[in-house]
Design a protein around this ligand. Sequence first.
Ligand code: COA
Length: 335
Amino acid sequence: MKPIQFRANITGTGKYLPEKVLSNQDIEKLVDTSDEWIQTRTGIRERRIVKNGQATAEMSTNAIIQLLEKRDISAEEIDAIIVATITPDMMFPSTAAIIQSNIKAKNAWGYDLSSACSGFLFGMQSGAALISSGQCKKVIVVGADTMSSILNFEDRNTCILFGDGAGAVLLEPSEEYGVIDSELRVDGSGGEYLKMDAGGSRLPASHHTVDNKQHFVYQDGKSVFKHAVKGMADISYQVASRNNLMGSDIDLFIPHQANKRIIDAAAKKLGLSDSQVMINIDRFANTTAATLPICLAEADEENMLSLGDNVILSAFGAGFSWGAMYIKWGLPAYA
Ligand code: COA
């Protein structure tokens, strides 16, 4: 008899967005920009920002608590916690360990994973492997970033683009639903275009690095834009087409939310109408690793998905790193 190959099915979602809203009008008071410029070039209207002292582990904990309450399961049932983030609470211990303690998941192990805007997709791939190998029964994959902690609010090229937030999904085995296919890529030659120079082992924090503003996001927007448009559109098309999904076969396309124009290019290549594309960039901006799980949690809450729907997730980010994943949705729409 052929052994059953389990898929990793998303059986729960949760999200947390800080209460504080930072609108484009608020940013107009900080740098030389305008609401009109930001909206037409990016699609962003506002973003959420943590209050003083709030950070990645706390936002993630809130997202997971929401997930566990929705599913009515105890944290003790969790086998592993994978946290995708580029803004961990600290260099070590891992944010996963802090979260494990916060939620009292006493039977869980876990780790952090750093791949910027593609981090959640990469975490999903790792979590799915733990499930389909039979090593774990319940894995939580978190995407969370406190981008405001590494933004220079005097740099109009970057500070308009990002926001804070956290999202989480629960993966469990299923014979029918879950992750069907994925394609993931890294090209480190793109590293110079989007990075934070200091604070690591090559350039530890010093008066010099602080004076030179090297603990902030640096981005060559034009170069990243060019690579992101092609990278996200091509890889989404590749995963969709090899699974015979085109146009109306895709129930929901959930792209990373970095720029509405990048999303539109990918949606066009897949032959999608607006109603098939998840958009929340207008309210939350680019929340880096948190974007995809926040989108998933919103789609779940708002009954945008039904059992068996074809979902394509897609992301592009620093590294460069990018990818796409095909999921057969395995949660019934709420009554
Ligand atoms: N407000 C007003 N003007 C701004 C501005 C702002 N916030 N930011 C940049 N500008 C200016 C630039 O200085 C430039 O002026 P110049 O021509 O006098 O030099 C002009 O606007 C045009 O800049 P350009 O870079 O061509 O704009 P753009 O249309 O490419 O949009 C980004 C800029 C950053 C929005 C866009 O490049 C982008 O989205 N890049 C990718 C972002 C991304 O995906 N990042 C994360 C990867 S996940």
